[in-house]
Ligand binder design. Structure first.
Ligand SMILES: [Zn+2]
Length: 246
């Protein structure tokens, strides 16, 4: 099996400077190694939940804290489990992500003959925060940080749920500019109709394969100035710790 790291890259000019109508659902296990302020994280999670609600997909969250010596998170998932690890700068350097990467997900290479289900995404919180600080009015920095963080997480979850390619507009567009960030703050940076259908179909297959019932059916976000940052990096997962505790 061959996997690649798909990394979300920010546009250089930014100076990095619920319930739904279908039974489709995801369980997101989030491990915050970056000590993101709780209010920021909760608001970002609500944004992700809203984005997937718009796609008729329910989202359940489990927030795990990486505290050694504690028992692992206890959780009975109700749907496919996706893992987001929010990383501080030293862990970003450790795993060797590109300097412009906001986030990455581990996805199968395009040539894979069998459908593989991706589970792992990584978000570089200091770079998300830096983007907000560099562009937001002082009093709006927290709101910008939450909006960018939520949109970055939703973008990566989109990759994990079968959206391989970047699009011309919407949440899966790349590279991001101030326009995308403003749309994110307004809750208008969403999946396109086609992407929603792809995610629903992918999730349906995934839920069936995992034995869940269902009624329904970054390679780089390329910075044109930096080139394609997509890397074939099967070692990425092995270089990150596996969260074991709440
Ligand atoms: Zn992407």
């Amino acid at each position: 099996m061959h996997w690649i790291a798909a990394c979300l890259i920010v546009w250089a000019q930014l100076a990095v400077a619920a319930g739904v109508g279908s039974d489709l659902r995801i369980n997101v296990r989030l491990v915050d190694y970056a000590d993101v302020p709780k209010a920021t994280l909760m608001k970002a999670e609500r944004q992700v939940t809203g984005i997937f609600h718009d796609a008729d997909v329910a989202t359940e969250w489990l927030n795990c804290k990486p505290i050694s010596g504690q028992p692992p998170c206890v959780w009975i998932p109700t749907g496919p489990v996706l893992l987001i690890q929010v990383l501080p700068e030293e862990m970003i350097r450790h795993v060797g992500l590109g300097r412009l990467a906001l986030a990455c997900s581990i996805v199968p290479v395009e040539s894979s003959s069998e459908e593989e289900f991706s589970t792992d995404a990584y978000v570089c919180f200091p770079r998300v925060s830096a983007m907000a600080i560099s562009n937001a009015p002082y009093r709006e920095r927290n709101d910008w940080t939450s909006a960018i963080l939520g949109s970055v997480m939703a973008h990566e979850l989109g990759h994990l749920l079968g959206i391989r390619a970047h699009q011309m507009f919407g949440l899966m567009y790349t590279p991001w500019s101030l326009q995308e960030v403003n749309l994110a703050r307004q809750g208008r940076l969403l999946f396109t109709s086609e992407e929603k259908r792809k995610i629903q179909a992918h999730l349906h297959r995934r839920m069936i394969a995992a034995g869940y019932s269902s009624l329904g059916t970054d390679a780089a976000l390329v910075n044109p100035k930096a080139g394609n940052q997509e890397t074939r990096d099967g070692d990425l997962k092995s270089r990150l710790p596996t969260p074991t505790t709440r």
